[in-house]
Design a protein around this ligand. Structure first.
Ligand SMILES: [Zn+2]
Length: 173
């Protein structure tokens, strides 16, 4: 069990573009996946991307089911994920982020996506998702590009929210 500290906004680690993983079966990648899962379950959260624990590599874990009453854990590990299609229907959903504590805002994203990724055995997959899973995956994959959900707010609101968060974090700008 290795719960790692969660990096919070406005740490520049969250803004870097992550490097793809060459060998998902490598020990350090297997360990990173375990640390991500342990940290996500401990938080608790439904998704966590590697930069959130300070590692700029393309790997995300999600479990959108486990907090439901009586539900078993349903851990997914997504390596080098790519969204290869999304629909044109945008729907608002109130999002939060473990790297931006106590902050919840409605943002609009496509309601259905198709993606390609690699698993921990190195096998590649393609599948479509909609609803909460589509929202959670888009949020997490944005982290791998250095994007945060507050970047999707309208400009004026975005400025206010970011200024407040930086002030709270003790940043001067
Ligand atoms: Zn997040």
């Amino acid at each position: 069990m290795a719960v790692r500290p969660i990096i919070t906004y406005p740490d520049p680690i969250l803004r870097r573009t992550c490097a793809p993983i060459d060998d998902p079966t490598a020990d350090d990648v297997q360990q990173l996946a375990r640390d991500l899962a342990d940290t996500m379950y401990d938080a608790p959260g439904v998704g966590l991307a590697a930069p959130q624990i300070g590692v700029n590599r393309c790997i995300v874990v999600t479990d959108t089911a486990w907090r439901d009453e009586g539900a078993a854990r349903d851990l997914h590990v997504w390596i080098n994920p790519e969204i290869i299609w999304h629909n044109d229907e945008l729907k608002p959903f109130e999002e939060g982020c473990l790297s931006i504590p106590d902050t919840f805002h409605e943002v609009s994203r496509p309601t259905a996506i198709k993606l390609r990724w690699i698993d921990l055995q190195g096998d590649s997959h393609e599948a479509g998702y909609e609803g909460l899973m589509a929202t959670a995956l888009q949020h997490e994959f944005d982290h791998l590009q250095g994007r945060l959900f507050i970047d999707l707010l309208k400009p004026m609101k975005q400025r206010l929210v970011k200024r407040r968060l930086k002030k709270r974090a003790g940043w001067k700008r």
